[in-house]
Design a protein around this ligand. Structure first.
Ligand SMILES: [Zn+2]
Ligand SMILES: [Zn+2]
Length: 134
């Protein structure tokens, strides 16, 4: 995982502001996080930062491919740092999201004739290991 947020921003044509690096740090540490949760964390360090500013920066970083939105059924979207295509295992009991690599044979199954696939987002909904053991 990329820890150098300044380089990450600059290599995607964005100025490395303290707001942006703070947001990236929250996202990186959480793995997947909603805007409200980012706001709660960033507010601790930068009390003057408004929710509107956070939204603006998130939209911008999304447009510049630094972060990606993870839409989740029945929940607010979460955000993660841009990574290789992967699938999400979403626990419907505790809400945790785990990243999993998409197996090559599953990728092959996604090939559709006459359609150029650029990216795939796969969300699997179920019950995670620790909730199963409860
Ligand atoms: Zn769970
Ligand atoms: Zn993910």
């Amino acid at each position: 995982m990329i820890k150098n947020y300044i380089t990450l921003l600059q290599s995607n044509d964005l100025k490395a502001t303290i707001q942006r690096t703070s947001i990236l740090k929250s996202i990186d540490q959480a793995g997947h996080i909603s805007v409200d949760e980012i706001y709660e964390e960033v507010k601790e360090l930068h009390p003057t930062l408004s929710l509107a500013t956070i939204y603006k920066n998130i939209t911008l970083m999304q447009e510049n491919n630094v972060i990606v939105e993870v839409p989740i059924n029945g929940q607010k979207s979460k955000y993660e740092l841009k990574k290789d295509d992967h699938m999400h295992l979403i626990c419907q009991v505790c809400g945790t999201i785990q990243d999993r690599e998409i197996r090559p044979e599953a990728k092959e199954a996604l090939v559709v004739e006459n359609f150029q696939l650029n990216s795939s987002k796969i969300n699997l909904y179920g019950v995670c290991q620790s909730c199963q053991n409860r």
